[in-house]
Ligand binder design. Structure first.
Ligand code: C5P
Length: 317
């Protein structure tokens, strides 16, 4: 069979065979692409989402239990038995603990809405530790650029804006490290003993008998309480049970990995003497080093996440 092209007569068979070959090879190519290179489309709107990371990260993060306490997520007895030894205080029995939680939930209704990844939005988070390596870093604008800025314990901004920024959306605290938060900042409350819940309740109930204008520790509706099972998970799965228990800073890092789509870390790292000195004060207790926490292990893990390009870690100066 022939057709006319200009003055020449062209056989149609070679053309048909070429078309067939192209079609079949295209089909095979897309099939092999599906089989060997198929990737789920990104779930979030960032350039690179945490969940697009390597299988090691996806495995370890998929073991994470519910991060926050609520009436729906009360700790099990097993969680309690692990948690009650952290700070070895008296008054740590399960009955008192459960009663305390029951009373706490009459005072607040913690609804931690961390949301889900969405293709049209990038939940970018900065976790800011308190390391002295922030001094002179000029990281302020970079930190403020994130949607969520998590600060820790006595970490402050006033007077240090150039290096640490001005924005705080979430603040991690426990009673001994507490500062009053403004009405719009989320309190990420990390309890280490039953007394910590009693402390929180006492603070929130101040002024309920009529005293006006009593400033509470935080806005009641913006309090999220870290679940003991999550602390245990970080201790066992992330840190291989090293140290007595994880630092508030490292707990905040792992928490950010379940709350955010993209994580940048600032202000982590001991000083040259191996101590966790702070950017906002002259560190006096040189013997403290990293306390009961496995500082080196935590640092290595943050570096590992950075090397794997799961997070970005700014090491300061
Ligand atoms: O010292 P503080 O506990 O208030 O600091 C918050 C967190 O920042 C620590 O729990 C630790 O994880 C981290 N940190 C650090 N290097 C420092 C100081 C603090 O990694 N020099």
């Amino acid at each position: 069979m022939y057709f006319k092209w200009g003055r020449s007569r062209v056989s149609i068979f070679p053309l048909l065979s070429i078309t067939a070959i192209v079609l079949v090879s295209n089909l095979l190519w897309s099939f092999s692409g599906y089989t060997f290179c198929h990737r789920e489309p990104s779930l979030c709107g960032c350039q690179k989402c945490l969940r697009d990371s390597d299988p090691w990260f996806n495995d370890i993060i998929s073991e994470a239990p519910e991060p926050f306490l609520s009436q729906k997520h009360i700790p099990s007895e097993k969680d309690f038995l692990w948690w009650k030894n952290l700070q070895g205080a008296r008054l740590q029995n399960l009955t008192l603990y459960n009663k305390t939680l029951e009373r706490l939930f009459q005072t607040i209704t913690p609804i931690a809405d961390i949301g889900e990844p969405r293709p049209d939005h990038c939940r970018s988070c900065a976790v800011v530790g308190n390391s002295g390596n922030l001094r002179g870093s000029h990281y302020g604008p970079l930190i403020d650029f994130h949607d969520t800025v998590i600060r820790i314990n006595r970490g402050r901004t006033k007077g240090y804006e150039t290096d640490v920024g001005t924005k705080t959306t979430h603040h991690v605290m426990y009673p001994e490290s507490s500062t009053r938060l403004d009405n719009t900042t989320h309190l990420l409350f990390f309890p280490f003993k039953t007394h910590d819940f009693l402390w929180l309740m006492k603070d929130l109930n101040r002024g309920e008998n009529g005293a006006p204008n009593v400033k509470k520790i935080a806005n009641k509706d913006l309090i999220w309480i870290l679940h003991p099972a999550f602390m245990k998970y970080v201790h066992q799965v992330w840190l291989g049970k090293k140290g007595a228990y994880p630092s508030t800073g490292f707990l905040a890092v792992v928490l950010s990995l379940v709350m955010c789509d993209e994580v940048t870390i600032f202000g982590f790292g001991a000083d040259s003497g191996g101590s966790w000195s702070h950017y906002f004060e002259i560190f006096k207790n040189k013997k403290f080093k990293t306390g009961a926490h496995p500082g080196e292990e935590e640092y290595k893990m943050i570096e590992k996440l950075h090397k794997k390009k799961t997070i970005v870690f700014f090491k300061g100066w």
